[in-house]
Design a protein around this ligand. Structure first.
Ligand code: ADP
Ligand code: MG
Ligand code: MG
Length: 905
């Protein structure tokens, strides 16, 4: 049997059968646009007759050096004949012409990234025929000039400018503001000039044969799959480059047939907030692209309910129906031809993170989807967006609002103004500057600049404009249609009244409110107070098995973490507390002194600091476990570097030769010997592999005063906080254990100290001792280790380093990148847990430890604890919790729920 390259819209069932009824594969075969047009036709939604050329045909064309595969053209012509029968019109026939559009449409929608040509089938004779038929010269020549311009730019590669210049001249001559106000006679001469532009620039005559036009348009759409902007977009949206595009040939319906005709776009819900209202823009007496292009001010969709109430009601019904059918928010294109409604496209609507959450929750409330599905529909990255910086009230108060536009994509963004996308990209990528892309409007060619910028600001365009769509898709804050701003791209300046903002100056936009500010505003991270998010997260919490804790070193982090839903602290790194400027000298004294008495003194001096740190954590995490890890890094990290000290020494030696009196000499000599002593100490601490050296539990064994002091501080704090009426639950974590004897030795010393404190204070607190598992030996002998550990926490950063024998700091800036590029490693093991290796060790550890101590508590405290894919692995391993930075807590809660739900099915 011959390969089927072409499906008419009413052959949708046949297309489904060809791919075993799998809707995802139907979309792969026909492209999303074609599949949905067929499906709408099947549902009885008014769709103009047409057909789809498959993505397979596109791929074959591109891989065969731009040759149609055999049979394609014959099948295309046959499908065209079917369209003629359906419409009673004929392609290229002046007495009753059929016009068609030739539209791209890939599996995943790439708004405006590829090409479409409208009004194919017009030539001089057919245009005259159209005039006879409709009595509307304006309409016929408006369509004809559109065809020549679109065909010229899309198919023949002529630049847009000469065409636009001609239109501008005619507008000026007539003294009108928009193309719609030109007369039929104007358009007649525009057509002549357009043909001349084609002749001059493309060096061919505009083809008058309808079939020739179609054939060339189909090829151009095929080729647009590999156009630069399409490639850039796919790169950014992570869409595969080998999917190919479908081509849809659709009977033209005319939104430009006078005042009872219109064209528009609409979303079935508000794409910014998710509110359940139809939202859109339209234009009377216009064709397709006009609305999105932002060349004429559009009308809000509500207005259609008064201008054409019946059409509006019908459209509303269709929108609801499509939402129900696809069980998701829809983004639709429609045209009204002399009072008759046609739907030209529907697809899943792009939306902000905020809208995604609200829509998922409300769809569940409306019974369209289950709560489980609602939780699965929001991606962990979208949750991240709720934690994106916002301008604080104080920051806003200090700056004047210079303009307002539509708040189409929320979030705060500041940057220096760049008026063109290339510059925005260069400044952001090469010069590492923060950039805002500021344009009158954006086009598909601008996408690289939009992606590089922190935010996007335009002076024209509506909620469905290109800028709004792309910004929402990529989570970029954007304000569009800020019409008071006069953006003069040529002069590289933006004017508002007397104010001028030049390229390179700081500007701030608030995509949540639509405000524009001059200058650089400070940002702050918001609370998660969205009511729909709260509900979604409460469902997620019901579904998840895995607990979520925070990595937090300071009380304010702990407070934030708890607000975000942390169920305790999984890791408090105590050494951070030593680095604070007022404590560091004491820490250094403790490390460098040879005198036990002086060491004792230094350690004692640190105790109150640590105690108040811990007390703060316990208060914030009242009633929840707090894992405190004892000092971990090699001691030299607390001392100045060897290089720094040597430089200081040389300086002092030079200064001593220039000393003016004995007192100065004595002073410098004193400093010299101090510096020399420090240098000697640093040298004596020098190790060739410090990360494999004297650190972690080894420190506690060699300098027991230090870890004893830490444990004393923990328990004194716990007693103090208990006395205040709180319930602290300290868990003491000993790092880097590799042999059970290390743990046994430390624990014995430390637990004795803990008991002493509790006895002194007369208060009992419940506590646990445990250890980190971050070297393979600990994982392999976890059964032995569990004798002395009531909990295990996988330090997956170190465990990954020690399992791979790969230093993270060096690898990530070196060979690891090459490994990833060459596919030697499937993913960066420091970003996503290596399930086969590191994961296997963790599994061995969990099984071994539970044999000894069935109720042993297990968790992860590496950065993997905040990575959705790694969280799923931890869930499969049966760990009790993951611990991550406060800002990842909500993401971890959702990821844990999604992992549990996916495991069910
Ligand atoms: P894009 O993917 O860039 O939206 P489309 O193929 O959807 O490109 O078409 C561009 C514009 O032309 C849209 O507004 C669409 O509604 C309109 N359009 C496409 N085909 C027709 C048609 N047969 N009749 C009327 N308008 C059409
Ligand atoms: Mg479209
Ligand atoms: Mg470690």
């Amino acid at each position: 049997m011959k390969k089927k390259w072409v499906y008419t819209l009413d052959e949708i069932d046949e297309a489904k059968a060809a791919v075993d009824g799998d809707w995802d594969r139907v979309r792969g075969l026909l492209g999303g646009k074609g599949a949905n047009l067929g499906e709408m036709q099947r549902l009885g939604v008014p769709v103009p007759p047409g057909f789809t050329i498959t993505t397979e045909a596109c791929n074959s064309y591109l891989s065969e050096g731009n040759e149609f595969p055999s049979g394609l053209w014959e099948q295309t012509l046959r499908a065209l004949r079917t369209m003629e029968e359906k419409t009673g019109k004929r392609f290229g026939d002046p007495s009753n012409p059929l016009l068609v559009s030739c539209r791209s449409g890939a599996k995943f929608s790439m708004p405006g990234m590829m090409d479409t040509v409208l009004d194919l089938g017009l030539n001089d004779e057919v245009t005259e025929g159209m005039i006879k038929l409709t009595g509307n010269e304006h309409f016929a020549f408006d369509s004809y000039r559109r065809l020549i311009q679109m065909f010229g730019t899309v198919v023949l590669g002529v630049r847009d400018e000469p065409f636009e210049n001609v239109l501008a001249q005619h507008r000026e001559r007539r003294g009108v503001a928009t193309d719609a106000d030109l007369t039929g006679a104007d358009y007649r001469s525009v057509v002549g000039e357009f043909k001349e532009i084609v002749r001059r620039n493309a060096r061919i005559e505009f083809p008058s044969s309808a079939e020739e036009q179609l054939r060339m348009a189909v090829e151009a759409v095929f080729r647009s799959w590999n156009g630069k902007r399409a490639r850039d977009y796919r790169q950014a949206a992570q869409i595969a480059h080998d999917l190919g595009t479908g081509v849809n040939v659709i009977t033209m319906v005319y939104g430009n047939l006078g005042d009872s005709s219109a064209t528009g776009v609409a979303m079935s819900r508000n794409a910014t907030t998710g509110e359940n209202v139809l939202e859109g823009d339209y234009l009377t007496n216009a064709q397709g692209e006009d609305v999105v292009a932002g060349t004429r001010p559009t009308k809000p969709l509500e207005q259609l309910s008064t201008e054409m109430p019946e059409v509006y009601a019908q459209f509303e019904g269709i929108a609801r129906r499509l939402e129900k059918h696809y069980r998701d928010m829809q983004d639709m294109e429609f045209t009204v031809e002399r009072g008759k409604l046609w739907i030209l496209q529907t697809r899943t609507g792009k939306r902000t993170a905020q809208a995604a959450v609200r829509i998922a929750v409300e769809f569940a409330d409306e019974g369209l989807i289950s709560r489980e599905e609602a939780v699965l529909r929001v991606s962990p990255e979208q949750i991240d967006f709720f934690l994106h910086p916002q301008f604080s009230m104080e920051a806003k108060a200090g700056h004047a609002v210079i303009g307002r536009g539509l708040n189409v994509s929320p979030g705060a963004a500041t940057g220096v103004v760049a008026f063109d996308p290339d510059l925005a990209q260069r400044w952001a990528k090469e010069d590492k500057r923060e950039v805002l892309l500021v344009r009158p409007e954006t086009k598909p060619d601008d996408v690289h600049g939009m992606l590089a910028a922190n935010g996007i600001l335009t002076s024209s365009g509506g909620r469905t404009s290109h800028a709004a769509l792309v910004a929402r898709q990529f989570g970029k804050p954007a304000v569009v249609g800020a019409s008071e701003l006069d953006i003069d791209v040529r002069a590289r300046v933006m004017r508002v009244g007397d104010l001028e903002v030049h390229e390179g100056e700081w500007l701030s936009i608030d995509g949540t409110t639509g405000e524009v500010f001059v200058g650089k505003l400070e940002t702050e991270v918001p609370d998660m107070d969205d009511e729909w998010l709260a509900r979604l997260m409460s469902w997620a919490d019901e579904f998840r098995r895995l607990g979520v804790r925070a990595n937090a070193d300071y009380p304010e982090d702990a407070v934030r973490a708890r607000k975000y839903g942390a169920e305790g602290i999984g890791l408090c790194r105590t050494e951070h507390m030593f680095f604070q400027p007022e404590r560091l000298p004491t820490v250094q004294r403790m490390i460098t002194t040879r005198s036990p008495a002086e060491r004792r003194e230094a350690v004692d001096a640190l105790l109150p600091f640590q105690r108040s740190d811990f007390a703060g954590l316990f208060r914030a995490m009242d009633g929840l476990p707090v894992i405190i890890r004892l000092i971990d890094p090699p001691l030299h990290e607390f001392l100045p570097s060897f290089e720094e000290l040597s430089r200081e020494l040389t300086d002092l030696q030079i200064r001593i030769t220039g000393a003016r009196n004995l007192q100065e000499v004595e002073e410098i000599t004193g400093k010299l010997s101090e510096t020399q002593a420090m240098l000697d100490k640093v040298e004596s601490l020098h190790e060739s592999n410090p990360m494999l050296g004297l650190r972690g539990v080894r420190l506690g064994i060699l300098i027991p005063e230090l870890t004893r002091m830490q444990v004393r501080a923990v328990f004194e704090a716990a007693c103090e906080v208990t006395r205040e009426g709180h319930k602290p639950i300290p868990e003491i974590m000993i790092p880097l254990t590799s042999h059970v004897n290390e743990l046994r030795r430390q624990r014995t010393v430390l637990e004795a100290e803990a008991r002493d404190v509790m006895k002194e204070q007369g208060i009992e607190v419940s506590y646990q001792f445990g250890t980190m598992v971050e070297v393979p030996r600990a994982a392999l002998t976890a059964d032995q280790i569990a004798e002395y550990a009531e909990f295990l926490s996988f330090g997956t950063n170190d465990l990954t380093q020690t399992t791979f024998a790969m230093s993270r700091d060096d690898a990530e800036s070196g060979f690891l990148m090459r490994y990833l590029a060459d596919g030697i490693l499937p993913a960066n093991p420091f970003a996503t847990l290596d399930e086969d290796g590191v994961g296997k060790l963790m599994g061995i550890a969990v099984t071994g430890a539970r044999k000894t101590r069935p109720d042993i508590e297990t968790g992860v405290c590496g950065e993997h604890g905040g990575d959705p894919a790694s969280i799923a692995i931890c869930d499969r391993l049966g760990l009790d919790y993951v611990s991550c930075s406060p800002y990842r807590i909500p993401i971890a809660r959702l990821s844990a729920a999604q992992s549990a739900l996916r495991a069910r099915s």
